[in-house]
Design a protein around this ligand. Structure first.
Ligand code: SF4
Length: 375
């Protein structure tokens, strides 16, 4: 297939692996965090980590939208799903995230709640148009990639004068999460998560551009390489990061030039700015409450805000005690460090959020990496 096979070529991967090994032929270690769950998935699926020298370590970051959703937000969605007549629409993975009392949206559906899986925010809007006598709520999650389509449907709902459509907005922001990781005690004081550089997200960067990462490079002296999601993209970006570390450089480089530029998608950014504003703080699973890291719907579109329409209150709910998702999302632990990984907690029966989506570190390791633990 054109434009895919070229980025999965085994012979090129071997050459890149040799180049990384040569560049990293040094007594020091190279601890690189891939922020995005898409990269975590690619690294596990294509065995990229197996091609790296022992001193180049990949650390999984918190960039999986389902994984960082705290239990309290799913509980809000469950509260809505329990309302007679209400239709709750959301993306597929969100339906399986464990919430309080062993519930999930999937289980709420089994108990009679009208919870519907949608492929896009437009599907949710269409559901509202098709069901004028019922309230329809779109449970919107995700990073900057999924935020513009949510903004568009809110604007469309306003134009159409729909009074039965609203959005439970749980959109979060990548740069705030990276700042939080770099400010965390584990990185700053304890040194338990030494970070030498970041692989920057692919799809998110098509929207926000490469400019927002310049702050991290300058302020924290951490190199960033924005990378595509194919295995050769990831390997090339690792090579670029290792070279930056060797040279003592901390710059933003763009490996994913075929889709990302410095400014990003200005039209999408305008739509988002028109509909959303920053929340003072938003709770993330694993990172806790992170200042200015989430979005809420502006007053101008308040009637489409499900939190206000249904007077929802947010409550912090602790994770299952056995689950190590918090530590995994901060890069402090690995999936195989969790005592119930692969036994009690599996993709069929996820106990924590990192086992739900294929972008979650636990699900990726369960699917592609377990054989190494057995050997
Ligand atoms: S294996 Fe399951 S319980 Fe353990 S950290 Fe991962 S998601 Fe949480």
């Amino acid at each position: 297939m054109k434009y895919i096979d070229e980025f999965r070529d085994g012979a090129v991967a071997k050459e890149l692996a040799k180049a990384i090994a040569r560049a990293a032929d040094h007594p020091r270690g190279y601890n690189l965090m891939e922020f995005c769950g898409g990269h975590t998935h690619a690294i596990s699926r294509y065995g990229v980590a197996d091609l790296l020298p022992a001193n180049v370590r990949m650390i999984h970051g918190p960039g999986c939208p389902v994984c960082v959703l705290p239990i309290g937000r799913i509980d809000n969605a469950l509260e809505l799903a329990a309302r007679p007549g209400l239709i709750l629409c959301t993306y597929a993975d969100t339906m399986r995230v464990p919430a309080s009392k062993g519930l999930s949206l999937m289980k709420a559906k089994a108990r009679g709640g009208d919870v519907r899986m949608v492929y896009s925010s437009a599907d949710a809007l269409k559901t509202a148009q098709d069901n004028p006598g019922r309230q329809v709520v779109f449970f919107a999650i995700g990073f900057e990639t999924t935020t513009p389509p949510t903004a568009v449907v809110i604007k469309q709902a306003a134009l159409l004068g729909l009074d039965n459509f609203s959005v439970l907005c749980c959109h979060v922001l990548t740069p705030s999460a990276i700042s939080n990781i770099l400010e965390s005690p584990e990185v700053r004081e304890l040194g338990t998560v030494p970070l030498d550089g970041f692989i920057g997200p692919a799809h998110v960067s098509t929207v926000i551009g490469s400019r927002p990462y310049e702050f991290f490079a300058e302020e924290y002296r951490k190199p960033v390489v924005i990378a595509g999601f194919e295995p050769l993209d990831v390997m090339q970006s690792i090579l670029m990061l290792v070279r930056q570390v060797n040279d003592g450089r901390a710059e933003v480089e763009n490996e994913f030039m075929r889709a990302v530029d410095r400014e990003g998608n200005l039209k999408a950014q305008d739509r988002v700015a028109e509909v959303f504003e920053l929340r003072r703080a938003f709770e993330w699973r694993g990172l806790g409450s992170v200042p200015y890291s989430g979005l809420r719907i502006r007053d101008k579109y308040a009637e489409f805000d499900a939190e206000r329409r249904f007077a929802l209150e947010y409550r912090t709910v602790p994770d299952n005690k056995a689950c190590e998702c918090g530590a995994i999302l901060r890069g402090v632990k690995r999936p195989q460090d969790c005592k119930i990984f692969g036994t009690v907690c599996t993709p069929e029966n996820p106990v924590g959020s990192c086992m739900v989506s294929s972008e979650g570190a636990c699900a990726a390791h369960y699917t592609y990496g377990r054989y190494k633990d057995m050997n």
